[in-house]
Write a protein that binds this ligand. Sequence first.
Ligand code: IMP
Length: 430
Amino acid sequence: MAATIVLGTQWGDEGKGKVVDLLAADADLVVRYHGGNNAGHTLVVNGEKTILNLVPAGVLHPGKVCVLGPGMVIDPEILVREVDALKARGYLTDDRWLRLSEQAHVILPYHRALDRARERMREAGAIGTTGRGIGPAYEDKMARSGVRVGDLFEQGDLRDTLVRSLREKNEILPLLGERPVAVDEILAVIDGYRARLAPFVTDTGAEVRAAIAAGKRVLLEGAQGMLLDVDHGTYPYVTSSNCVAGAASAGAGIPPKAITRVIGITKAYTTRVGGGPFPTELTDALGERLRADGDEYGATTGRPRRCGWFDAVVVRHAVALSGVDGLAVTKLDVLTGMDPVPLCVAYELDGRRLTLPPATQRGWRDATPIYENHPGWREPLGRARSLDDLPANARRYLDALTGAVGVPMVLLSIGAGREQTIVLGQTLAT
Ligand code: IMP
């Protein structure tokens, strides 16, 4: 039994797409287990850029089975568009390479309307969601008023569920400045994509469990990042699902014992999109430089990402929560030319030194970073193919980073291309 999880250890956008794409070469199945099209991966293969929001990054390897698991929330309009775009570029030539859980919840137009309306109501306290309806779809799931993928094909039950759900939604929507919606209007939207989804819909949990039992290699692809976890992140500035490794079992429908390895992806500095605390944020020219050099704009919404120095406190938290075995460090090349390169090793809060993050909003607001300054380097790193090719100061910085977090590095990425990667430790094949 061997399933490996790859997940983000910061606030998302750690470069998961590239790492999953690389590891997928040795996997048989790539499974997403939470979130929806709030995620976004930018992949560069043979100089060609592909952005994926729902389909796992493994899709760029023909023959790999990509699974959208039960823990996800699926916007079928987006899924159909993504499938069409992939097929137009010569990927996904066999429908059996994409599997969609009949238990996953469906994002419907009123979820998007509610997401936008709630954000407006929060005014200055807005979370800065992606506006994709993720939170309201998960709310419906927990409130037991959601529509699941399998329900789309049971038309009597579907109508009943929508009638019940919209009775309440149509009271709320006008109060939030949104128009009420008719059941038939939603049914017409669903009619538009039902047949397109049909070839992919299945009991994905059973398929993934069977694959594991047959000795196949399964890669579980986390979305977002650990600090966006609804329980363990910077609540309430989080997403509406669990991002920790523990969520992968329920979200993929596999036993926890099947998971044998956890790889944590961490950017060599820190970014976050949307509102919420970010102790090492740089709001000056250095932050702008990181944004420009790192091309730090959201793959999903195009929003500029907030940028700052590497924060070992948050990554340490993520590593502890998810039992990370090895770190995949990305975008070290972006730090070229910075001197010094500060690295946050702890926070100071109310005169105390914290090595793990606070839990309260007040604690997060008032925590100030304690930095270690490391000497920088000027050489571009993109051509390095082993750690020996790196400037000594870049290696020292990496040693300080992994030392502060307490986990070895298994992979280093020094550019967007597949070839700009140094693999150090065990990945999947071994
Ligand atoms: P939601 O997931 O759209 O509800 O957004 C909640 C918060 O999570 C916002 O701050 C988003 O910017 C952030 N977020 C959601 N998905 C991602 C992601 O894939 N990368 C980075 N931030 C994300």
